[in-house]
Design a protein around this ligand. Structure first.
Ligand SMILES: Nc1ncnc2c1ncn2[C@@H]1O[C@H](COP(=O)(O)OP(=O)(O)OP(=O)(O)O)[C@@H](O)[C@H]1O
Ligand SMILES: [Mg+2]
Length: 453
């Protein structure tokens, strides 16, 4: 078979005009686990292949019409990162070596043992896979960066982005539930920006940041003289957000009195400023963020159940970062770039301590903690990672392990103070000699290192 072959999903495109050789090689490669698309001539491959090809090309050098070297050059101008392996007869070795200096991946002289080709191709295909994957991530990061959207390729995040697109133009109120730093505000912004309300204001109010007596005036507005200090009338944020989006952050902290009034506004879609009986219609869309699962009576405590049900038409749950660890590398790459631009620095190469921290931390502060970590990495402030550090590692170390670190420090201090003298150190620590030596062994402490030098 000489094609037409479909290259999508193939590891290898195999080009050889000799049908017997082609078939034998294709079979051998299939046995080795590759998916292979055979081609009888170079132009047939060129007609098929594009920069999205995720595999490697193997081609015979000597072919009628376009030879393998010319094919290599054409492929190189199409996409220099496609690995091309040349198979050449004895007479063409010099030509093939030249091609290698131009960037061909490898050449193999005929006759060759099957393993030789398989090994080269394993490496070539893996290399290509990484190139394609990196390009995909870059494109993705650039695309999401542009729309300020949520980065993440785990199923939960892909689903969430789809939900945001679906919900953006539906006028239902949305509750966003997630731990600190999981991206609740990003979600609220996206709901606003992806829908037709984007041309009107996005108005945010942090219900936890304002004193109780201020919050109602801010939300509902007031007439002049409505209360002491209300000298001029003021439009409330609800009214300001009309046609756009009202983002109520830290909803769980909203004072009870304001909750009652808000419920009335949500039901009637009308607002009366404090000190006025006039009801003004509002075109309201509320997105509210909370760290507590208000559907759970234990967590809801005195938050009004009726308001909760009124707002909970749709709840979007943001998973904590530790439940979608697969997103950490992509996210980190993204926030690292952001940090570098912010501080006008180069994106640094990652050292092992940084990588280990990425792998081992539980990220209790979620994406925000990752953002701050990236800023420290860009500024070179991660020297403290060289040693296991309980504070930075969150729950990375168990309690006994942490206590062990403290105990080891205390023993070292005592040894230091008594210059390695065992009797004095034992007295200071008030532990039996055997226990003392056991602990030295466990913590890898050398007593003699503390003797006077
Ligand atoms: N999926 C994501 N992709 C890109 N950036 C993200 C993502 N999630 C969060 N961020 C970034 O992390 C930081 C924290 O996000 P955000 O302020 O939305 O969190 P939050 O859930 O509102 O936190 P809090 O409850 O503490 O207010 C921001 O800098 C935001 O841009
Ligand atoms: Mg927030």
């Amino acid at each position: 078979m000489t094609g037409p072959a479909s290259l999508a999903g193939c590891d290898i495109a195999f080009v050889d005009d000799d049908a017997d050789l082609r078939e034998a090689n294709v079979q051998a490669l299939q046995l080795a686990g590759f998916t292979v698309a055979p081609f009888g001539a170079a132009p047939a491959l060129l007609a098929e292949i594009d920069t999205g090809f995720g595999g490697a090309v193997v081609t015979d050098v000597r072919m009628p019409g376009m030879d393998g070297i010319e094919l290599f050059r054409r492929l190189k101008s199409l996409d220099a990162d496609i690995p091309v392996v040349l198979i050449s007869g004895h007479a063409d070795v010099a030509m093939a070596v030249d091609a290698m200096s131009e960037g061909a991946y490898d050449f193999i002289a005929k006759p060759f043992p099957g393993e030789r080709l398989v090994e080269t191709l394993r490496r070539a295909v893996e290399k290509r896979r990484l190139v394609v994957e990196n390009r995909r991530l870059k494109l993705l990061a650039a695309a999401t960066e542009e729309d300020g959207g949520l980065i993440g390729e785990t199923p939960a995040m892909v689903r969430l982005r789809q939900m945001l697109r679906d919900l953006a133009d539906v006028d239902v109120d949305v509750l966003v539930l997630g731990e600190t730093g999981t991206g609740k505000e990003v979600v609220a912004n996206q709901l606003h920006r992806l829908g037709r309300r984007r041309t009107k204001p996005f108005v945010a109010l942090n219900c936890g940041a304002l004193p109780e007596n201020v919050i109602e005036g801010e939300l509902f507005g007031f007439e002049a003289g409505a209360f002491t200090g209300a000298q001029k009338k003021r439009i409330g944020r609800i009214e300001h957000s009309s046609g756009g989006t009202l983002f109520l952050d830290e909803l769980e902290s909203m004072p009870l009195a304001a909750q009652v009034k808000l419920l009335r506004v949500l039901e009637g879609r009308e607002v009366a400023p404090l000190g006025s009986n006039e009801l003004r219609p509002v075109d309201l869309r509320v997105v509210a963020a909370t760290k507590l699962d208000l559907g759970d009576p234990a967590q809801r405590r005195d938050f009004r159940e009726d308001l909760y049900y009124r707002l909970n038409i749709v709840t979007l749950r943001l998973p904590p970062l530790r439940e979608r660890r697969a997103d950490i590398p992509l996210l980190f790459g993204h926030v690292l770039g952001r940090a570098a631009r912010k501080f006008n620095r180069e994106v640094p190469a990652l050292d092992r301590a940084v990588e280990r921290h990425l792998k081992e931390s539980d990220w209790p502060g979620n994406v925000r903690e990752l953002v701050h970590f990236a800023e420290r990495v860009v500024l070179g402030l991660t020297g403290d990672l060289a040693l296991p550090e309980p504070a930075a590692g969150g729950n990375a170390l168990s309690l006994p392990e942490r206590l062990g670190l403290i105990e080891a420090d205390l023993i070292k201090e005592a040894l230091e103070a008594h210059r390695g003298d065992v009797r004095a150190t034992l007295e200071a620590l008030r532990i039996p000699r055997k226990t003392f030596y056991d602990k030295l062994a466990r913590y890898g402490i050398s007593r003699s290192a503390f003797e006077e030098r």
